[in-house]
Design a binder for this molecule. Structure first.
Ligand code: ADP
Ligand code: MG
Length: 443
């Protein structure tokens, strides 16, 4: 975005990371870095090659996410070794592998993802309950636990929450991998002749978590290895947790014996949250970020970004960043401007003039009557229908709607909305007619 300067771009990412990760890790990994941003390319200067690997596997994904949110479009990240940084960095010894930030645990478990900040609502309550149960009784009840569903719905959050919960209780022999990393490690081990070590490393854990297991589909060698690891752990009642973007049945190219094992424990699917849950998630994220989110803006985001929580969160991050950097208040106009590409698909959405015009013609009254002071039933009723439809189909607030209906008070609008809602509940015929009207308005 044009008003984020090159310098402040990295500064913002760094600030954001500082608010998310423990101070010691921030100091070790992020603090001494500098970066240059231009034209959707972010070049991060790092002290050594070793550092790059550690940085990438621990924070690469998060850095990319924040950068993309900030830019509002994909950003390419590259790393440039700058030896002069080495003296400032904790990871200064070039011959030493960077210490794993979570030294007790193998693989990076994101401390931001906890049960406490996971909003439970429609779509995710089953997965949440299952994850909680597993965190309370690892290896005991649901083994394996298999969570699946579309992107950005909270699977990775939940399995990290389980891991964080276990760590808090002193269970630290946890191996956390993505399906991709598991595969790459295996390939590396075969190449280096260290397959035996690879195998042993996994058989000694108390909990094995593989995120995005779908990655191993179609990769025979990896599946074979995973199959044996699975059996070894399962036999001694060690907990296995898997996530995937689809159900075991839909995983084509998967060995039958693995597929059946994935079904041995509990398979739970996660679905997109409803409007109410999306609003709750937004307000929770806003609170975590320490910003107050205008109600109308929250409503706009929750209404328009419907099936990916990550995008919802990204929109909030972008708004906050732009507001901080430009000093502007986040109101509806600002939000619509900053997020215009995200909200773009919806520009065809209905506006209030359209609604008034179409409802008036449906009931055969003059459009001017919508804003007139007349209260006769044949006028008041269509007007109430139009007010209700405006509330349902636009993001306008009650006072805004009132103003557009001849300067009426918001309580009048509220009364209309409630009345029509009630009538819909009470009469199937009326409900059907309303559905017809709403469909007309959407065309
Ligand atoms: P997935 O792994 O299913 O693709 P993630 O777990 O990475 O999705 O979630 C994407 C983002 O949305 C994360 O930042 C996560 O914290 C957030 N998120 C998803 N669902 C919820 C929820 N119910 N409450 C709070 N945050 C959520
Ligand atoms: Mg995920």
């Amino acid at each position: 975005m044009s008003h984020i300067s090159n310098d402040s771009f990295w500064q913002h990412i760094s600030d954001q990371l500082q608010s998310e990760i423990p101070a010691a890790r921030f100091d070790a990994w992020i603090h001494s870095l500098s970066a240059h941003y231009s034209d959707h390319k972010l070049t991060i200067k790092v002290p050594s090659r070793f550092f790059v690997d550690g940085l990438k596997s621990n924070y690469g994904q998060r850095i990319t996410e924040i950068a993309c949110d900030l830019a509002g479009s994909p950003v390419t990240i590259s790393y440039e070794v700058d030896a002069s940084l080495a003296s400032h960095s904790v990871q200064s010894d070039k011959n030493e592998e960077p210490a794993s930030p979570a030294s007790l645990v193998d693989g990076f478990i994101d401390p931001r993802f906890t049960f406490a900040n996971f909003v439970v609502g429609s779509g995710n309550e089953f997965c949440h309950a299952a994850s909680h149960a597993v965190a309370d009784n690892p290896g005991e009840i649901y083994n394996p636990l298999y969570l699946y569903g579309g992107v950005g719905l909270g699977k990775t959050h939940l399995i990290n929450a389980v891991a964080n919960c276990l760590i808090d209780r002193g269970i630290t022999k946890i191996a956390y991998r993505t399906g991709e990393r598991f595969t790459n490690e295996l390939i590396q081990a075969i190449r280096n002749g260290t397959s035996e070590q690879f195998r042993n490393q996994y058989r000694q854990v108390d909990v094995l978590i593989i995120d995005d297991i779908q990655f191993i589909a179609g990769k025979e060698k990896t599946q074979e290895e995973f199959f044996h690891t699975f059996n070894a752990l399962y036999e001694v009642k060690k907990q296995i947790i898997l996530t995937s973007d689809r159900s075991p049945r839909e995983l084509t190219n998967l060995m039958e014996r693995l597929r059946s094992r994935f079904n041995w424990g509990l398979v739970a699917d996660i679905q997109a949250p409803d409007l109410e849950t999306r609003l709750a998630i937004l307000s929770s994220k806003a609170e975590l970020a320490g910003v107050t989110l205008d109600k109308d803006v929250g409503h706009l985001l929750a209404a328009r970004i419907t099936n990916n929580v990550r995008e919802l969160e990204g929109a909030l991050t972008r708004l906050t960043a732009h507001s901080t950097l430009t000093g502007r208040v986040i109101d509806l106009t600002f939000a619509r401007h900053v997020l215009r590409d995200l909200l773009h698909e919806e520009v065809r959405s209905v506006n209030i003039e359209d609604i008034q015009k179409k409802v008036a013609s449906y009931f055969n009254i003059n459009i001017r009557e919508m804003s007139s002071s007349k209260r006769s039933k044949n006028i008041a009723y269509p007007r109430q229908v139009a007010m209700y439809a405006t509330k349902e189909l636009t993001t306008m607030s009650l006072p805004e709607i009132g103003r557009n209906f001849g300067g009426r008070d918001h309580t009048t609008v509220l009364h209309a909305v409630r009345k029509i809602k009630k009538m819909r509940d009470e009469s199937d015929d009326f409900n059907e007619e309303m559905n017809r009207i709403i469909n007309l308005l959407k065309q």
